[in-house]
Design a protein around this ligand. Sequence first.
Ligand SMILES: CC(C)(COP(=O)(O)OP(=O)(O)OC[C@H]1O[C@@H](n2cnc3c(N)ncnc32)[C@H](O)[C@@H]1OP(=O)(O)O)[C@@H](O)C(=O)NCCC(=O)NCCS
Length: 115
Amino acid sequence: MLLRYKKSGEKIAMGLLSFMPEEKEFKKLQDTIHTYETDPNWHLFLWKKEEDFVGLIGVESVDGICTIHHITVNPSHRGEGIGKTMVDKVKTILSCESFTASAQTKSFFEKCTEA
Ligand SMILES: CC(C)(COP(=O)(O)OP(=O)(O)OC[C@H]1O[C@@H](n2cnc3c(N)ncnc32)[C@H](O)[C@@H]1OP(=O)(O)O)[C@@H](O)C(=O)NCCC(=O)NCCS
């Protein structure tokens, strides 16, 4: 189930974000979370499996163009299709004319959109 990020989930979101290679430093993580909490164009979602939050996807929406900036899945749950499902679900939640990826998420996004 894909749920919108809430402040109460800050620690779990930062833990998941830290699996992104460019989000290793605590200061960078804090800045990223702050952007999602304060900028209305930035949307953060967590994937809940049973009782646990095991995935995260973050998207920037500008003028109908949505860019996936962050996507991570807890290592214990990788390869279960959660990453691809989050990409599919977020497309149904956000009304965007088109979806694209940042340099950091491009390779997985392209994998998801393979025929
Ligand atoms: C990328 C990530 C979110 C995928 O999550 P997942 O739930 O395991 O993904 P799915 O189960 O939906 O898909 C798995 C497939 O994606 C492939 N894949 C995993 N990481 C990939 C990457 N960085 N680029 C391209 N393909 C990737 C797997 O090899 C697998 O392929 P297969 O189905 O042909 O065996 C997860 O590996 C992760 O959290 N990585 C660390 C964070 C990160 O680097 N994010 C940016 C990725 S570009």
